[in-house]
Design a protein around this ligand. Structure first.
Ligand code: ADP
Ligand code: MG
Length: 373
C-alpha cells in the first residue's frame, strides 16, 4: 500500500540484517561447501572428506586434517569479519575479491545450525562448539555454550545442519535434493582437479561407497582422467603462458603501450583437449588465484579459439588456472559474485587463446604430416 503520509524510518533488526547478508553469500549447499573447502585448503589439509544428507540441506559435513582452530579463537569464530587471513589494508584489497573476509562461517551460522569439532596438534583433546546467529550457543537448554572437550583427530570438522531452516522461501526454492547433490559433486570435482595432491572424498550419509574419491599425490592429468574420464585424459594438451612469455612467431601482436605494466604479472596453466575429443557441451574449469570462478568472456573466447578446429556441434574440455597479481583484480565486483573481472582482461584472454590455438594447429599439422607419410 502507498503511503499518503511519510512513515517513520526504522532500523532493521540486527538478526534480520545478518540473515539477509548471509543469504547473499550462501545461495545453496554447494556455495557453502565451496567456502568450507577453501577454508580446509587454507588450513593446509591433505585430506578433505565430505558427507551429505538430502542434497546438503539436512546435513553438510566436511572433515579435514588441517591445522585446526585454537580453542581460544572459538568464541569469535562465527562472528562477522573475524579472520586469521588478513590484518592490514593492503591485505584487504587482495582478499576482498576472492575471499569472504571472515564472512563464510558467520553467514552459515545465520542460515543453518553450525557446529565445529577441532583439534590443533598441540591440543590434548578436540573441542566441540555450537553456533547460532554468529555466537557460541548451547545445544541443549540449560547447558553452557562453552566449547566441550571431546575425542577427535587433528584437524577440523564443520557440520552444517538444516540449511535455510529460518528462511522458508529460500528452502522451498531448493526442493530437488539430487540437483543440489549434483552441484556439490561438481564443485568438489573441480577443486579435486585443481588440487591433485590432496585426497578428496564425497559421499551420502549412510552410504557405504563414495560418489567421489581421489588418492593423494596425483598430478593434474591423472586427476582429470580419474574424475572426468580417460577419453578426455588421453586427448589432453598442455600449455603455459605468462605476462613475460614471448608471443608466438606467427602471431601478430599489437603491443599496446604500457600494457605490461598495466596488467602486472600473471601466469596461466592450461590443460585442454585436442580435436579428437568432441563433447556436446563445453566443459570449462576456471580458477583465478586458486578460487573457482566464472568468466563468460574467457569462455566465449576459448570457444572461438576452437571454432575453426572442431565441427560445429562439438565442444572441448578446458581446465585453466590463472594467477594474477592480486592488485589487478577488480575490487569493484562484489565478493559474492562468482563472475570476475580483472585489469587487461582482454589482453590476457587473447594471449591465452592464442597459445591454445597455436598448440591446436601445431598438433593438426603434425597429424596431417603423420597421415601423409
Ligand atoms: P575467512 O576464510 O575469510 O577467514 P571464514 O568465516 O571462512 O573466513 O573463516 C574464519 C576463520 O576461521 C578463518 O580465518 C580460519 O582462521 C578459521 N577456519 C575456518 N575453517 C577452518 C578450517 N577448516 N581449519 C582451520 N581454520 C579454519
Ligand atoms: Mg573462508
Amino acid at each position: 500500500d502507498i503511503a499518503t503520509e511519510p512513515r517513520p524510518i526504522k532500523k532493521l533488526d540486527k538478526t534480520l540484517i545478518n540473515r539477509i547478508a548471509a543469504g547473499e553469500i550462501i545461495h545453496r549447499p554447494a556455495s557453502a561447501l565451496k567456502e568450507l573447502i577453501e577454508n580446509s585448503l587454507d588450513a593446509g589439509s591433505t585430506s578433505i572428506k565430505v558427507t551429505v544428507r538430502d542434497g546438503g540441506l539436512k546435513l553438510l559435513q566436511i572433515q579435514d586434517n588441517g591445522c585446526g582452530i585454537r580453542k581460544s579463537d572459538l568464541p569469535i569464530l562465527a562472528e562477522r569479519f573475524t579472520t586469521s587471513k588478513l590484518s592490514t589494508f593492503s591485505d584487504l584489497a587482495r582478499i576482498a575479491t576472492y575471499g569472504f573476509r571472515g564472512e563464510a562461517l558467520a553467514s552459515i551460522s545465520h542460515v543453518a545450525r553450525l557446529s565445529v569439532v577441532t583439534k590443533t596438534k598441540n591440543d590434548a583433546c578436540a573441542w566441540k562448539a555450537y553456533y547460532v546467529d554468529g555466537a557460541l550457543s548451547s545445544n541443549k537448554p540449560g547447558r553452557s555454550p562453552e566449547p566441550e572437550p571431546c575425542a577427535g583427530n587433528d584437524g577440523t570438522t564443520i557440520i552444517v545442519e538444516n540449511l535455510f531452516y529460518n528462511t522458508p522461501t529460500r528452502l522451498s526454492a531448493l526442493r530437488n535434493n539430487s540437483d543440489e547433490y549434483a552441484k556439490i559433486l561438481d564443485v568438489m570435482t573441480k577443486y579435486a582437479v585443481h588440487n591433485p595432491k590432496i585426497s578428496f572424498l564425497c559421499k551420502k550419509a549412510g552410504s557405504p561407497s563414495p560418489e567421489l574419491t581421489t588418492p593423494p599425490n596425483l598430478d593434474i592429468p591423472q586427476a582429470i582422467g580419474l574424475l572426468y574420464g580417460h577419453s578426455i585424459a588421453k586427448e589432453l594438451l598442455h600449455n603455459t603462458v605468462s605476462s613475460s612469455s614471448s608471443p608466438g612467431d606467427d602471431m601478430d601482436v599489437d603491443s599496446e603501450e604500457g600494457s605490461d605494466t598495466l596488467s602486472g604479472s600473471w601466469s596461466a596453466d592450461i590443460y585442454f583437449t585436442n580435436p579428437n575429443y568432441q563433447a556436446k557441451k563445453f566443459n570449462f574449469l576456471l580458477f583465478i588465484n586458486h578460487r573457482l570462478v566464472e568468466s563468460p568472456r574467457m569462455k566465449r573466447a576459448l570457444e572461438a579459439a576452437y571454432h575453426s578446429i572442431l565441427p560445429k556441434s562439438a565442444s572441448p574440455f578446458v581446465y585453466l588456472s590463472l594467477n594474477i597479481d592480486p592488485k589487478c583484480v577488480d575490487v569493484n565486483v562484489h565478493p559474492t559474485k562468482r563472475e570476475v573481472h580483472f585489469l587487461d582482461e582482454e589482453g590476457i584472454t587473447e594471449k591465452i587463446c592464442n597459445a591454445v590455438q597455436a598448440s591446436l594447429s601445431t598438433q593438426a599439422a603434425s597429424r596431417s604430416y603423420e597421415y601423409q607419410t
